[in-house]
Design a binder for this molecule. Structure first.
Ligand code: TYM
Length: 338
């Protein structure tokens, strides 16, 4: 490969977020913030997974808008388009092409066991489409196209990465070494941020109840209000415990945003009630996100710039992905003419 020496020595990372809603602090803590920390050390590919998003019905104009927004959020959170390859999944046709091939090496039984498929098909019983079912094969394609060694994600995606490993191993065993076997990478804190409305459920950007999640783009007063109203138990001591899912979650969020350990957080709020703690969490989150929002607004004001970066990113991604795809096509026996 014609890569600079420094890239050749670096391990590769790929990850993505679906533009199926405005990105939440779950996406931020579980994924994007961690990407930021990794961008210096690794050769990174980060994409906006719009192909994945249509497994659930989307309003076309909104999907388009959210794709731009997600791209801008990546950069506003600190991802440098000069150091990373930032791109939109549908701009690189290799993803859909490899997904088809991998579909033929992914078993019905494996896909049926995916928790996310079970959850989503229960929530969208009117639209259990084939794409929703084979979604993990597309995700495996995303990862395997770039030879990713690591995939930094939140906890909910580990099962999909496990499946990508199984499919890659199956293919390698059949046709000799083709794919790098990827590993999931969880953040130190915030791998599973829970809903503020029901802390036994994961915080999700597609939740119908906007009080359940905090968006990266929510204004300060909204963020503070959402934390104030966060569901907690009837106690008052800021201390982790069983049956205290709400407080546990708020302590996790505060600790992830401040870098303090949960024990330090408990100490800081000793003798203070839930009210004071919730206010502090809301203000800390809002103050951390304020500069991200300023940067986001500036980027969204310059669409031609964003589009030029999308184009550059997709060309860069295509160069890497097309190499893997043609290797795969050769191995499975497709006739290739120059
Ligand atoms: P998505 O869009 O649901 O979430 C994007 C990333 O955010 C993490 N995440 C969370 N982390 C902590 N707490 C939460 N409440 C929370 N909610 C979401 C997710 O774990 C994920 O890392 N299928 C993927 C997108 C995808 C992808 C890929 C990921 C497509 N292709 C290739 C990695 C590699 C998804 O739906 O993520």
């Amino acid at each position: 490969m014609n890569q600079p020496q420094e890239l050749q020595n670096k391990k590769t990372i790929l990850s993505a977020v679906q533009p199926s809603g405005i990105l939440t602090i779950g996406n931020y803590l579980g994924a994007i913030r961690n990407w930021n920390l990794l961008q210096e050390q690794y050769n990174c590919y980060f994409c906006v997974a719009d192909l994945h998003a249509i497994t659930v019905r989307q309003v076309p104009a909104e999907l388009r808008k959210r794709t731009y927004e997600a791209f801008a959020v990546y950069m506003a959170c600190g991802l440098d388009p000069e150091k990373n390859t930032l791109f939109v999944q549908s701009h690189v046709p290799c993803h859909a092409e490899l997904a088809w091939v991998l579909n033929c090496y992914t078993m019905f039984g494996e896909l049926s066991r995916m928790t996310q498929f079970k959850d989503k098909s229960a929530r969208h019983s009117e639209n259990i489409n084939a794409g929703l079912f084979t979604y993990p094969a597309l995700m495996a394609a995303d990862i395997l196209l770039y030879g990713a060694d690591y995939v930094p994600v939140g906890q909910d995606q580990l099962q999909h990465i496990e499946l990508a490993r199984d499919v890659a191993n199956r293919f390698n065993n059949l046709y000799s070494d083709t794919f790098v076997i990827p590993e999931g990478l969880l953040p130190k804190a915030g791998a599973k941020v829970m809903s503020l409305a029901d802390p036994t459920k994961k915080m999700s950007k597609s939740d119908e109840n906007p009080m359940a999640y905090v968006s990266i783009l929510d204004p300060k007063d909204v963020i503070v209000k959402k934390f104030k109203r966060a569901v907690t138990d009837s106690g008052s001591e800021v201390k982790r415990g069983e049956d205290k899912a709400g407080i546990n979650n708020l302590i996790t969020i505060y600790s992830a945003f401040t870098g303090k350990s949960p024990e330090e957080v408990e100490k800081e709020f000793e003798g203070q009630g839930y009210g004071a703690f919730k206010l502090a969490v809301g203000e800390t989150v809002a103050d951390t996100l304020a500069p991200v929002q300023d940067k986001f607004n500036a980027l969204m004001g310059d669409k031609p710039y964003l589009e030029s970066l999308m184009k550059k990113g997709s060309e860069q991604a295509y160069r890497r992905a097309s190499k893997t795809l043609s290797k795969v096509y050769r191995k499975v026996g497709f006739a290739q003419v120059k």
